[in-house]
Every structure is written in structure tokens, then in C-alpha cells.
Design a protein around this ligand. Sequence first.
Ligand SMILES: [Zn+2]
Length: 353
Amino acid sequence: MQTGFEMLDQFLVHAYSIVKYPFDANQRIYVLYLATSVVFAFAVYLIARRKGEKTEGTFLRFLFPKHVWQHPSAWLDLRYFFFHRIFGHFLILGLGTWLTLLSYKFVTGHENVVETALDNILPPMTEIGLSVGFMLVAVIVSDLISYTVHYLQHKSVFLWQFHKVHHSAEVMHPVSNFREHPVDNIFYISVNGIGYGAVLGIATLLYGFTPSMPSLLGVPMLHLLFNVAGYNLRHSHIWLRWPGRLSMIFPSPAHHHVHHSCHPDHIDKNFAFMLPFWDVLFGTYHMPDDNRDVKFGIGKEDKGEFTSCARLYWVPCRDAYRVVKRRLTGRKGAAKAEEAPILEVTPPTMPAE
Ligand SMILES: [Zn+2]
């Protein structure tokens, strides 16, 4: 049983870890990932200037434009980052790890993934081949799970009440990435934790030992590559898409901009996290040539209520309660609630062509 002092100590350690995000390679706003995003932004700026497109003056102004930083949504994201990460995330601390271990134990029967890994150390060269293979399979399977979870967060009207917090940002900067409701976090972390534990467990049964991924700075190589390839422009005003069909294969910031857009052509498109290939496969891929129709936010669903940290927590709970109540009482409700069932979800299907 933890004492009050131990809880306080744990909380202070957690709060300090939030402040250190820019120096932690496992966090999206790690200084290296931010720096490489600035390099990509500079390339976009130079190309726009060369084409004679209207840019906002100097590169610094292009990077920090007034229309973003004079918007209340941008400052709410900064306040919410500290509010949610320090308090909300403290309450769900360790949930993903715990579920990964539980799922791993369920699949393998082994008590502890770390002990199993240490018991089975292979010669380095053998391990490198298996390690790379495991990383590829784990990333592909985990990304398919993420795609499915994200699909459900949009298509289930109950889950959408919580996920819409993330989509309610009307302008975006890298910290907007953290505008997420705790219930949305719990659903995403739980399913992904269980999924990753199962992947790890199955790999252990197949290999006879628990593999690890080749890493740099404590981050698996593929994730590191993903993060340095302009990750932080995904939540920004800077439109960057790879030429031609390359955007179907490699993740681009533009892919995620379309996902955040409330234009009718962009709604419920581009669910994939790392591999846009899933969107192509399941018919949810959309990539315009430019961003003239991209408008961030939740459109007509925005009643102007997401104006404070407390409201970002409270409004989705109220709306989810209303959705459940409407279903239970059979009353007619909002248009979206009428169209989609609460928890029955149509699975992703292959496109007709
Ligand atoms: Zn989404």
C-alpha cells in the first residue's frame, strides 16, 4: 500500500518527466525531431519562394505565423499540454505497459518479458537478422492495430465524443498533438498495449526467445526514422506531401493534415499512423495536390465549447452520456447519432476497385 508521500514522490517524478520531453527521444517533441521538422519546413519555404507563391515574409514568420499564434486554439493547446500530461496522464501511468505484460503472459505463459529476454541471449549476428525481421513485422502489425483503433474512434459515435477533442484544434502546432481526452488515451493505449503484448508473445513462441528491435537513442530504428522525417509537421500549418504516389507508401505530414480537415471530402479519411498503405488498402486514402480545401477542426460539430482545459475534459463526458441516454431511451438525437450505432461498427472493407 502506497503512502501519501510515496504517491507525491511518484507524481513529482512524473511531472518532471513532462518538462524533460524535449530531451527524451521517446517523446514526439524531442529536440532532434523538432530540428529536422524545421529543416523540412525550410525546404517547403524555399520551394514556395522559388515558385513565386505568397509566403509570410521571413522564414521565422513562415514558421510562426500570426494566424496560428494569435488564435486562442494554439494557446489552449499549450495550457492543455501541461494540464493533461501532468494530471490526466499520471492517473493512467503504466496502463499500456501493464496490459502489454498481461497480454504477453496470456500468450506465452511466462511471468515476465524482461526475464525471458535475458534468459535467451543469442549470438549478435543471429540476433541482428531476427531483430530486424521482428521490427518489420511488429511495426506492420502494430500499425494495422492502430489503424483499426483509429477507425473505431471515428466510426463509433460513442468513442467519437472523446476523440473529437483531438480534432477540435482549429490551428495546429506540434504541441496540438497532445490535445487528447483521457478516455480516448485509455482506449488507444489499452488496445495497442494488448496487441503489442500478443505480437511479442507470438514472436517468443516462434523464435524460442523474446526478440528486441534494433534501436538508436533507445528508440526502435523505424520509429526514429519516422520521427525525424518531419513528424512534427503533421500537427502544423506547413503542408508537405511527397511527390506522386510516394505519399501512398511513406507517411507525410499532408496525409495527417487531410485527416484533421473538416472539408466534406476529407472527413473520415487517412486513419493510418505510420503506413498510409492501410488507407489505400481499405479505401480511406485521400490526398489532394494542395491544401486549399484543408481546414482544421470539427466543422459544424464545434459549438464553441472547447475553450478551456476543464471543458476539454468535461464536454465529451457530457456528450457521451447524452449519446448513451438517447440510445437507451430510444429518443431521436443528433444527426450523427442517428446514422451510426454506438458500439456496432462496420469493419473496414476493401475498396470496390
Ligand atoms: Zn482521428
